[in-house]
Design a protein around this ligand. Structure first.
Ligand code: ADE
Length: 226
């Protein structure tokens, strides 16, 4: 999969993909992430990409022209399955959306700043709008990093143990069960006996029950989702 990202702060997006699982995904050539500075398509030599909003009011708006040119130029090289604008008023990201997006080949992400992007870009180029939660970030970059991470780890071959993403929280609308590692007894706090029993069937049953209990206690709303 290839993900292109358009941003006014490309430096912010360097580190998130240079470590751990996202790094491995790129090394294995299962994922390619390319970040493009919007200033490359600025309207003047000062690098201007934003302007005052019509109708008055505080805050700048990202202009049509740089964004349109960026999207059009990048679209010459590949057909994007989705052009996604990260915005607090988009559809809230969840595992189901991540699963669906992980099946695409080419995705283009647009990171907003200031008051957001000119509405006409949303109308004419953007195919999907995603929020990572009901709070406002200073820009879309961190949201884009979250989205790329959730998608990237789902690509077949990215995780060492292929099955592990299947048992993540939210797959099947269930939270993950508790996990333990050595030592068996830490300050008198013991690992549940069942996990030491070697009885794999019983352990799976216990884990499933823990998942159900956790979901009922913490996120009863998930049981209502299909
Ligand atoms: N940009 C600013 N806040 C955001 C959010 N919560 N989700 C996605 N993009 C954003």
């Amino acid at each position: 999969m290839r993900i292109d990202i358009i941003s006014v702060l490309p430096e912010l997006l360097k580190s998130p993909f240079e470590h751990s699982i996202m790094k491995r995904a790129q090394e294995k050539q299962l994922l390619e992430v390319q970040v493009h500075s919007l200033r490359k398509w600025a309207v003047n030599d000062y690098g201007q990409v934003d302007d005052y909003q019509y109708g008055g009011g505080a805050g700048m708006v990202m202009m049509c022209e740089p964004l349109a040119k960026a999207i059009e130029e990048l679209s010459k090289d590949r057909r994007y399955d989705e052009v996604i604008y990260l915005t607090p008023d988009g559809e809230t990201l969840n595992q189901k959306i991540a699963n669906t997006l992980s099946l695409k080949e080419n995705i283009l992400l647009i990171c907003g700043h200031y008051k957001g992007i000119d509405e006409r870009i949303r109308e004419h180029f953007v195919t999907k709008e995603i929020s990572i939660g009901d709070y406002v970030l200073s820009g879309g970059e961190l949201a884009a990093a979250v989205l790329v991470d959730t998608i990237g780890r789902l690509l077949p071959g990215v995780l060492n143990d292929e099955t592990s993403a299947l048992f993540d929280s939210f797959q099947d609308n269930l939270l993950a069960p508790p996990v333990y590692t050595r030592p068996e007894d830490f300050r008198g706090w013991k690992v549940p006996d069942i996990l030491m029993s070697g009885d794999h069937k019983k352990i799976e049953e216990w884990r499933h029950n823990q998942s159900l209990q956790r979901t009922n206690e913490r996120r009863p709303d998930l049981s209502d989702e299909s």
